[in-house]
Design a protein around this ligand. Structure first.
Ligand SMILES: Cc1cc2nc3c(=O)[nH]c(=O)nc-3n(C[C@H](O)[C@H](O)[C@H](O)COP(=O)(O)O)c2cc1C
Length: 191
């Protein structure tokens, strides 16, 4: 199962609406993907003590999904020239290496005139450091305040780029799986 990570805990976020659009695109490609929405996770559960101890059940479930994901699709909004702190806080409770290493992932940014280029590239730096497999075709949704009308993304080019990324990411994951190079079969390719 692939998961879309809606990368902020801001209630009513545009990231969630974009995640819904992307989920439908995968459904059109005959693949059921689920959304991990950070706004549905209780951040009050994390007191800091969890860095060295166990997390609560709802957090453990979300992290478990990451650890078993055949692919992760990040929807990343720009907050102050970076990705949201809530997303980093989530990622900082993942396990290394199993959450990250060889995990196929792709990236969609959203924001103002740069379309979330900065947060995506900063997140890619983190994931690169942790040896994830990053699909190179990224999508940047510029001027999201104008283009997202209700639940529709009124930007034909952006919609086309999102579809193209979804198709390409499916092929990327299949290619890695066929060689047992993805996170879930890690080790087999090398043994
Ligand atoms: C705390 C905060 C900081 C933001 N900082 C930036 C920014 O630095 N650059 C930018 O282009 N947009 C910025 N924005 C605009 C967001 O990218 C835009 O509102 C987007 O919809 C936010 O994603 P969300 O709706 O999923 O929360 C900021 C928004 C918030 C809430």
């Amino acid at each position: 199962m692939k998961y879309i990570i809606s990368g902020t805990n801001r209630p009513g976020s545009r990231s969630r609406l974009i995640s819904n659009i992307v989920q439908k695109m995968y459904a059109e490609l005959n693949e059921n993907v689920e959304i991990i929405d950070l706004s549905e996770l209780p951040f009050s559960d994390l007191t800091g003590a969890q860095y060295s101890g166990g997390v609560s059940e709802s957090w453990a479930k979300a992290i478990d999904k990451v650890n078993q994901a055949s692919g992760l699709i990040f929807v990343v909004p720009e907050y102050n020239g970076s990705f949201p702190g809530s997303l980093k806080y989530f990622v900082d409770h993942w396990k290394y290496p199993q959450s990250f290493e060889f995990r196929p992932m792709c990236f969609i940014g959203l924001g103002g005139m740069f379309g979330g280029l900065r947060p995506v590239e900063q997140l890619q730096q983190v994931m690169g450091y942790r040896n994830a497999f990053q699909y190179p075709e990224r999508v940047f949704l510029m001027n999201i305040f104008k283009t997202l009308k209700g639940t529709e993304l009124e930007d034909a080019m952006a919609m086309q780029l999102l579809r193209s990324q979804a198709q390409g990411f499916q092929m990327f994951v299949k290619a890695l799986e066929s060689q047992k190079m993805d996170a879930n079969s890690k080790g087999q390719a090398r043994s």
